[in-house]
Design a protein around this ligand. Structure first.
Ligand code: NAD
Length: 290
């Protein structure tokens, strides 16, 4: 396929490289980042989109996505697919899909989980919203960039799945960290805490696969000085998107709201920026109840 790839940052760089290595023709554009090996540089987003069967975007937020989409939709050939893999608000995803449809194109929102490691290794998971035929067109590309793609329904549903998943992740990580901090103060050994919880009803991905306590459980960012991993500020971004969506549809999400407030304080005034999101554990250790 001929692929336009816009946004060659920490994630997009690897994804574009993997597509080119698999034999696709990839034309890339980024305002700042260089093109990876095997990807031809274009002078603009519109140039990268010209003649492409699929245009992939991997951008920081919804406002930037809307601006880039307006430019590239006008340049894309009829029937082509606009595949956005960024994490953005549900409204932007649905707005871009409407614009694309009106121009005779198909749009998919396909945010990912798996981080830069998954992007590099081609093992991302894609959560996809949009028409079935566009999903089928993009399937071979998902197989190169990832290990799993789940079709979640119509436009915006990929983003909905992503923020709901990450709201659960933020809440369970926070709960796991505060439970470890409480266990410490109760004199419970961390290994014993892990051995019990990881095989009892308190288990979760946060405890079992990404344990926030160093030296306990599988290897995780906690064992590497809380170097991300998944940075606290990216968790905050996703939690904010979950609360923006909850407000838009009048959903009651008290735990999501409390967790968003905790990460906001952690990132903005407690030194959490640049640390893994599991560094909530040392943050709780430093605090007392009052
Ligand atoms: P990044 O900031 O490293 O990359 C974004 C790139 O977009 C940058 O290189 C920037 O120069 C480029 N860009 C900005 N505006 C542009 C424009 N108008 N035209 C062309 N290029 C433009 O971010 P990232 O870590 O690669 O993340 C990308 C997206 O993936 C985000 O939405 C993020 O939330 C999501 N995501 C990231 C991770 C992660 O671990 N990094 C994991 C899952 C999802």
């Amino acid at each position: 396929m001929q692929i336009g790839f816009i946004g060659l940052g920490n994630m997009g760089h690897h994804m574009a490289r993997n597509l080119a290595s698999a034999g696709h023709t990839v034309v890339g554009f980024d305002l700042h980042a260089p093109c990876p090996a095997g990807v031809t540089a274009a002078a603009s987003g519109a140039e990268a989109a010209q003649g492409a069967d699929v245009v992939i975007t991997m951008l920081p937020n919804g406002a930037i996505l809307r601006a880039v989409a307006a430019e590239v939709i006008a340049a894309m050939k009829p029937g082509a697919v606009l595949l956005d893999c960024s994490t953005v608000d549900v409204d932007s995803a649905r707005g871009v899909a409407e614009q694309a449809e009106a121009a005779g194109l198909a749009a998919l929102d396909a945010p990912v989980s798996g981080g830069t490691g998954g992007a590099d290794a081609g093992t991302l998971t894609f959560m996809v919203g949009g028409p079935q035929n566009a999903f089928a067109t993009a399937q071979p590309l998902f197989e190169i960039m990832g290990q799993k793609a789940v079709h979640c329904g119509g436009a915006g549903n990929g983003q909905a799945a992503k923020i709901c998943n990450n709201m659960i992740l933020g809440v369970t990580m926070t709960a796991t960290c505060e439970a470890f901090a409480l266990a410490d103060k109760l004199g419970l050994d961390r290994q014993a805490m892990f051995d019990v919880v990881s095989t009892s009803s308190g288990y979760s991905w946060s405890m079992n696969a990404y344990c926030p306590a160093p030296g306990v459980g599988p290897d995780s960012p906690a064992d590497n000085g809380y170097k991300p991993g998944f940075a606290a500020e990216l968790m905050l971004k996703d939690l904010r998107l979950s609360q923006q969506a909850a407000e838009a549809v009048d959903a009651d999400t008290p735990l999501g709201q409390a967790t968003t407030a905790l990460y906001e304080t952690f990132v903005e005034s407690e030194g959490g920026a640049g640390q893994d999101f599991s560094a909530m554990l040392p943050r709780f250790e430093r605090k007392s109840r009052g």
